[in-house]
Design a protein around this ligand. Structure first.
Ligand SMILES: Cc1cc2nc3c(=O)[nH]c(=O)nc-3n(C[C@H](O)[C@H](O)[C@H](O)COP(=O)(O)O)c2cc1C
Ligand code: SF4
Length: 429
């Protein structure tokens, strides 16, 4: 049977406490890292494992850690931040890990903190995740009591503690530089780079921001070795397992831990029970709302970073949003662009003014007051706001990904809306 290290301890009885976590194999990774390895050796192990960040961009985790200045924790203030903001529409994977096994995140942060020699860890948590907040607080308190957090952990001379910051809640808080600005107590606004957070982050100190799922993989890599982690995904260029999921008109929407490189067909048909009766899959956003549509013919491509990119999209957070043959793609795009427009932080003109304009054009087409030239205007917006990006942060280019692909894939549907002065599906209903 395939191994599922990330979710192995998640069960119906709630999360394991500190002792149960240890009995089930927890803390082995932290013990090996702190007792047997130097911080550099931990970074090498994680680099060799081919773990890529699970927050969306898919940057190599070990490589990212290696950019942090080398001084030991006692010589220089450094921070480790777990990004638990998770507000991307269609994405709910970190919640499973936070609620199901918060101790795994604590151990992952301890090891990551040791690797970059941070003295403090912060969990930046989506404000609505109340259950996760309570469980994290309990896990951290237990880890402190048992000596896994605090001073001189395992007699290694390394001091590390963690606290939870409940976010006031904006999508942009998930962007790593906006997250750091919010932690400093200011309005969540992205910063221009350089300096990158690895060098000048929280209060100007070197800071590492990693996604929750990324950090939860780390204890298993340290406990079992880089080769074991790579072998979890045989034949894939990326190491390990991942939480893949689907939302849309499937029988059982959800997320499941599967090896990197599985095809989406396996997630949709085997895990989610297939499409509901009377619905056919038409297209999908493979990795959340800010990725480009792929049509149903791409259902069998491997879900790894390089393959999805070659197919014209991004693996993103690995949780696909499905479009079925009975839903209106124009309405779905309007919905998505409404979200992106509302969540602009307002700093750059193309994002602040351009996204609401896109939303208005889509609304007009859907409601029957659109003009044929609106399609060209939408394409102009894609060109001006989309990649390579003319804005401080990737929010605006990300918002253009579903639109650019949607204008290509669903052109006939757009034209039908214009010809019939409204949504043909709504009029037929
Ligand atoms: C608008 C926006 C929202 C984001 N939201 C999240 C989020 O909720 N969680 C997350 O881990 N990364 C999010 N990211 C990506 C982070 O900026 C960052 O790349 C990530 O946390 C790095 O972690 P990783 O290297 O472990 O993937 C977001 C990026 C953008 C542009
Ligand atoms: S792209 Fe949008 S969200 Fe990002 S900094 Fe500019 S205005 Fe803010």
């Amino acid at each position: 049977m395939a191994q599922r290290p990330l979710t192995a301890m998640i069960g119906p009885g709630g999360p394991p406490d500190c002792a149960a976590y240890g009995l089930a194999g927890g803390w082995r990774g932290a013990r090996r890292a702190l007792r047997d390895l130097t911080p550099d050796a931990v970074i090498t192990e994680v680099t060799d494992s081919r773990l890529r960040g699970r927050g969306g961009a898919g940057f190599g985790t070990g490589q990212k850690w290696s950019f942090v200045p080398r001084q030991p924790a006692r010589a220089r203030r450094k921070y480790l931040v777990a990004n638990a903001d998770e507000m991307e529409p269609g994405t709910f994977k970190d919640r499973l890990l936070l609620e199901g096994n918060p101790m795994q995140l604590v151990e992952g942060m301890l090891i990551a903190g040791y690797a970059i020699q941070a003295s403090e860890g912060v969990i930046f948590l989506r404000g609505e995740y109340h259950l996760a907040f309570d469980r994290l607080e309990r896990a951290i308190a237990q880890a402190r009591q048992t000596g896994w957090l605090g001073r001189d952990i395992l007699g290694s001379g390394f001091d590390f503690d963690i606290h939870v910051h409940a976010s006031a809640g904006r999508y942009i808080c998930g962007e790593e530089t906006a997250l750091l600005t919010a932690l400093e107590g200011y309005r969540a606004q992205p910063r221009s780079k350089p300096p990158f957070p690895q060098v000048g982050g929280l209060w100007g100190a070197p800071s590492m921001v990693n996604n929750v799922e990324t950090l939860c993989n780390v204890p298993h890599i340290l406990a079992n070795g880089a080769a074991w982690f790579r072998d979890l995904a045989p034949g894939s260029p990326d190491g390990g397992t991942k939480l893949f999921g689907v939302s849309g008109r499937v029988r059982r929407p959800g997320a499941w831990e599967l090896p990197m490189g599985v095809p989406l067909r396996q997630v949709v048909e085997d895990c989610a029970g297939g499409m509901r009766d009377g619905y056919r899959l038409r297209a999908f956003l493979p990795g959340g709302a800010s990725t480009a549509f792929l049509d149903a013919a791409s259902l069998d491509i491997a879900l790894d970073y390089a393959t999805v990119e070659k197919a014209g999209s991004r693996l993103g957070t690995g949780l696909a949003i499905l479009l079925d043959d009975r839903a209106c793609p124009v309405g779905m795009l309007r919905n998505l662009e409404h979200f992106f427009a509302q969540e602009s932080c307002g700093w750059c003109t193309p994002c602040r003014d351009g996204l609401p304009w896109v939303e208005r054009l889509l609304a007009a087409i859907e409601e029957g007051t659109g003009q044929p030239r609106d399609l060209d205007l939408l394409a102009d917006h894609v060109r001006l706001i989309g990649p390579p990006g003319r804005t401080f942060c990737p929010h605006a280019p990300g918002a253009m990904a579903p639109l650019a692909s949607g204008l290509d894939l669903f052109r006939d549907e757009f034209l039908d809306h214009l010809r019939q002065h409204g949504c043909p599906r709504r009029m037929a209903a």
